[in-house]
Design a binder for this molecule. Structure first.
Ligand code: FRU
Length: 501
């Protein structure tokens, strides 16, 4: 094993011990130590879920990318394994960027990742090539003939400095595919390129799989492709988006494209697009189909444009989203929290037909590691209220909120008083369909995050909140006549912890 990886493994083991579990999210995966971004190689290998992640063990900032590694049997209890990859070869010396994984016919696990290297000391440009590593779920050897794809394998007019994040899979006929983010050299417009291999080691360009016509940002990062409920789906994380109403916001975004695959041309076109998450923090999702048929999506619960919200004393930065079950209903992607989370509901508190006042506090409804099921409706269907809001992670100093303005069909997430001292984005809005003041929400709070699943997962809004844990009050507010039903559970994951991994 290369010294860089050995060093990283020894370092993370020690440094990881210094982070008490109370100082982390309880069921959202955070880095063992240091910095985490994108999920990588999300897979089921030998009966265990593996999640790798973009990882800089040494700092709570982005830096030389390693692949961190964690395993789980239920996608909620995670156990750290030693880092899987370190940047230690000439072709990945500046970082092992994002990628995917699959199981080879001989039972080994194959990782494909993007190796990057700066071309000179002063340049920030990094050449990007695709590399392989083969392992047993714990240790991985980089392939001797790396890189397996580089600038020379790109069609004419593509930029070798923007060629990254392979998603790999095996086709029913046994051949392999890699879908990789790329970019035209001149206009810098994102493309997804498809590569083919018969043995998973020798790869050839097959087709331009999907094209950015300029509507969705510039470069497309971290592509995913899968069939879901009879539709072909592509997910991308475009950089430098322009806003479009309340659907897409500026900067790094996530887009779900639902359409069709032309099998002969190996080309994807879409008829529907939507944002994957309408909140502040969600990027670079990967999906995995699990044995019972559900497709699970997990993303980095963060946004590049809103990264400077760390707490000084915190020795980790970045976390994953809750694993989400995704489905397509009437042409639209829906998301639900992973249903296994329901096993960990404790201490149910329930209220029905509560008339919300200017400020309504419901005894027993509080906490930072909780689930809330809320149904909101007008008290008088003939008299639409002006505003309903829920305030959470609250004490005398701090609070965050989600508010609903039914007359404009706008939902607004606001964390500006969550404790951040930085002038980064703290609010985001989305439009919901007009249901005459009715709104349902399922809220998942886990110490440092809030995820709001609106109207049965039709839309989701997520944000990181670094608020001190003492801020645990929850209250409801109304302008006009509002009635709500509320169910609250504490989420307690320690019990039934899986010690068998
Ligand atoms: C997306 C991304 C990827 C890249 C990785 C580097 O968040 O920029 O395109 O592989 O992060 O850490």
């Amino acid at each position: 094993m290369n010294p860089q990886l050995l060093f990283a493994r020894a370092y993370e083991e020690e440094a990881g011990k210094l982070i008490p579990s109370e100082d982390r999210p309880q069921f959202h995966l955070s880095p063992r130590t240091g910095w985490m971004n994108d999920p990588n190689g999300f897979s089921l290998y030998k009966g265990v879920y593996h999640l790798f992640y973009q990882y800089n063990p040494y700092k709570t900032e982005w830096g030389p990318m390693h692949w961190g590694h964690a395993v789980s049997t239920d996608l909620l209890h995670w156990r750290y394994l030693p880092a899987a990859l370190a940047p230690d070869e000439w072709y990945d010396i500046s970082g092992c960027f994002s990628g995917g994984s699959l199981t080879l016919p001989d039972g080994k696990q194959l990782l494909m990742y993007t190796g990057v290297r700066k071309i000179s000391r002063d340049s920030t440009d990094m050449l990007q090539v695709q590399c392989l590593a083969v392992g047993n779920g714990l240790n991985y050897d980089k392939y001797e003939q790396n890189p397996v794809l580089g600038g020379d394998d790109l069609p004419e007019g593509y930029d070798p400095y923007n060629f990254r994040d392979p998603k790999i899979w095996q086709e029913p006929d046994g051949s392999y595919r890699a879908l990789i983010g790329a970019c035209t050299e001149e206009e810098q417009l994102g493309r997804l390129l498809l590569f083919r291999s018969d043995d998973a080691f020798t790869w050839k360009f097959e087709s331009v799989f999907a094209e950015n016509d300029g509507r969705f940002g510039l470069m497309w990062e971290c592509p995913d492709f899968f069939e879901l409920d009879g539709h072909a789906v592509v997910q991308i994380s475009p950089q430098y988006m322009l806003p479009e109403g309340f659907e897409y916001h500026n900067g790094n975004g996530t887009v779900c494209l639902i359409g069709e695959l032309d099998e002969a041309r190996r080309h994807f076109t879409w008829t529907h697009d939507q944002a994957l998450d309408y909140g502040i923090d969600f990027y670079a999702p990967q999906t995995l189909q699990i044995p019972d048929g559900r497709r699970i999506m997990i993303a980095w619960l963060q946004n590049w444009d809103a990264c400077q919200n760390g707490r000084k004393e915190q020795k980790w930065y970045g976390q994953m989203s809750l694993p989400r079950e995704i489905s397509i209903r009437e042409g639209r992607l829906y998301q639900q929290p992973l249903r296994e989370l329901e096993q960990y509901r404790r201490d149910c508190v329930e209220y029905k037909n509560v008339t919300v006042q200017e400020e309504t506090v419901l005894p027993g409804v509080e906490g930072r590691c909780v689930e809330l099921l809320i149904k909101v409706r007008p008290k008088d269907p003939e008299d639409l209220y002006t505003k309903f809001s829920i305030t959470f992670a609250k004490n005398d100093k701090f609070h965050s909120s989600l508010s609903f303005h039914p007359q404009d069909c706008v939902v607004k997430l606001d964390r500006k008083c969550s404790g951040s001292r930085r002038a980064i984005i703290h609010q985001r809005r989305c439009l919901v369909p007009d249901r005459k003041g009715e709104l349902t929400m399922r809220v998942i709070l886990d110490c440092f995050s809030a995820e709001f699943f609106l109207n049965d997962g039709e839309q989701v809004m997520s944000a990181v909140i670094m608020t001190e844990q003492a801020a645990r009050e929850i209250s409801f507010h109304a302008i006009g006549g509002v009635e709500i039903d509320v169910v609250k559970y504490d989420i307690c994951l320690e019990e039934n912890g899986d010690e068998t991994l």
